[in-house]
Design a protein around this ligand. Structure first.
Ligand code: LAG
Ligand code: CA
Length: 461
């Protein structure tokens, strides 16, 4: 329960951070469906604060809810519905980033993105409605060793909802059910660490089944870096959990190839595989917010491609790919028009994105590895090879992956693959890879190409 993404066994979702609903609908049809992506995590769709109507119009205003009306910087309810339906029609599901731990920051008041009035100091959110009795008393989250403090106090001064109240549970469940009625397949729960598992359980139990049957996917944002009282395993019964230690481990592993065989360390408390939501970076830690520091991001493209390709090839967790916009300051919102509305995502002739959108999910070693992960799902890892700057491994008798840190490799490696002349997925078959009758793969990687190759069964030249 709560772990099924409802996408026909596909294995990879992408976070299209701050994209507009109209652009996501187009991207489902023109790219994601063809590449085998399971679905899209969308930025919070509900009404939120407007921190400023000028630069940097921060991205994080969307983590300060004003109401559950579906009207945000990404678009209105009609556009949201159209996106959900058009994506679903081509086999791509929508997962909503849901902010239900809190409402706006204390000291903030005014009008939200749907035109609704609020006043946080008066605990007044008349559109929901929420009032004083629905919030915890004001105290700062400042002691991560104490679950009562982490869960009942105000995270960075955000007015903290009391989910032990039946009324609050019902309002949140109503929001989820409205989204399920529209056709979404699941939820990221922001700041789950700051809510009690019992309360979340009660809320999730109130949710309807998604179309096709079964409970929605729930994945809980629990930043557990062995630095506090709250552990990811408290949330295993509620769905998947974000595994932030993987971000640190993969960055370390790519920087030191000899460390990659320890990328998943259960001794370190990392989540069990069938509960882990795995990613190289997310919208927070790529800019030094929640859980940031010493990570790989699109700003280091060569290493980043190796990190994401490896993650998609490896047999750990359910994977999420990050798709960003370029930024200089950590607060800066998405690429914007003169009125600070988000810019359209444009697509260049070579398949990359314009208007300041990075579209890492379209980079060949990332977008083309989605098919690899889908194909090898359920197989074990075998034939691990790890010498100097080359790392390679197979997945059952269905796939083989290799990468060379210095961009050069010429060797024969054992695999479990049937013999044949295979297409290299990373180069869209511009490169051919031979496997002999005893499963030995000819690995040839050159300095002027991507330092990664990948083959799967049935995709021959
Ligand atoms: C999270 N995890 O539990 C995210 O990792 C985190 O990034 C979110 O904060 C947080 N939940 C709340 O949803 C983000 C920004 C914060 C921002 C907050 C609210 O990282 O920087 O805080 O969203 O918009 C901002 C200001 C703070 C201020 C607060 C309240 O940066 O200085 O205290 O608003 O007014
Ligand atoms: Ca809380």
């Amino acid at each position: 329960e709560y772990t099924d993404p409802h996408c026909n066994g596909k294995q990879v979702i992408v976070h299209l951070f701050e994209w507009k609903w109209t652009d996501i609908a187009n991207e489902c049809e023109r790219y994601l469906s063809h590449k085998g992506y399971c679905g899209v995590q969308v930025s919070p769709p509900n009404e939120h604060t407007i921190i400023t109507k000028e630069y940097p119009r921060p991205w994080w205003e969307r983590y300060q809810p004003v109401s559950y009306i579906l009207h945000s910087r990404s678009g209105n309810e009609a556009q949201f519905k159209d996106m959900v339906q058009r994506c679903k029609a081509v086999g791509v599901r929508i997962y909503v980033d849901s902010v239900v731990n809190h409402m706006a920051g204390m000291g903030r008041q005014g009008t939200g993105t749907a035109g609704t009035h609020f006043d946080s100091d008066a605990y007044s959110y008349p559109t929901v409605p929420y009032s004083r009795e629905h919030f915890h008393d004001d105290c700062p989250v400042n002691n991560y060793g104490d679950p009562n403090n982490v869960r009942n106090c105000y995270l960075v001064g955000l007015s903290d909802l009391d989910q032990s109240k039946e009324y609050v549970r019902n309002k949140i469940a109503d929001y989820y059910n409205h989204l399920i009625d529209i056709g979404v397949a699941g939820f990221r729960i922001d700041a789950s660490k700051h809510m009690w598992p019992n309360d979340l359980e009660a809320i999730q139990a109130k949710t309807k089944n998604v179309d096709g049957g079964g409970k929605a996917l729930f994945y809980h944002e629990v930043i557990d870096q062995n630095d506090g009282a709250i552990k990811v395993n408290e949330y295993y019964d509620l769905g998947l959990v974000t595994e932030f230690r993987y971000c640190q481990k993969i960055a370390w592993g790519i920087n030191n190839f000899g460390q990659l065989n320890g990328v998943v360390d259960y001794g370190w408390g990392m989540s069990k595989s069938d509960r882990a939501l795995v990613f190289v970076d997310n919208h927070d830690n790529q800019r030094g917010h929640g859980g940031g520091g010493n990570l790989l991001t699109h700003k280091n493209p060569r290493n980043y491609k190796m990190a994401v390709a490896f993650t998609l090839a490896y047999n750990y967790g359910f994977t999420r790919v990050m798709s960003s916009y370029g930024f200089q300051s950590t607060d800066q919102g998405p690429p914007h028009n003169a009125d600070y509305s988000a810019k359209d995502v444009t697509i260049n002739a070579d398949g990359s994105c314009g208007n300041g959108w990075m579209c890492e999910h379209r980079w060949n070693p990332i977008g083309n590895m989605v098919a690899f992960r889908n194909k090898v799902a359920g197989t074990d890892l075998n034939n691990w090879y790890d010498q100097g700057d080359v790392v390679a491994f197979g997945r059952g008798n269905k796939g083989f992956f290799a990468m060379a840190k210095q961009g050069h490799a010429q060797l024969q490696l054992q695999s479990g693959m049937p013999g044949g002349s295979y297409c290299d997925l990373v180069t869209d078959c511009k490169k051919k890879i031979n496997v002999d009758g005893s499963g030995r793969v000819s690995v040839n990687i050159d300095n002027n190409e991507e330092p990664i190759i990948a083959i799967v069964v049935d995709v021959f030249t």
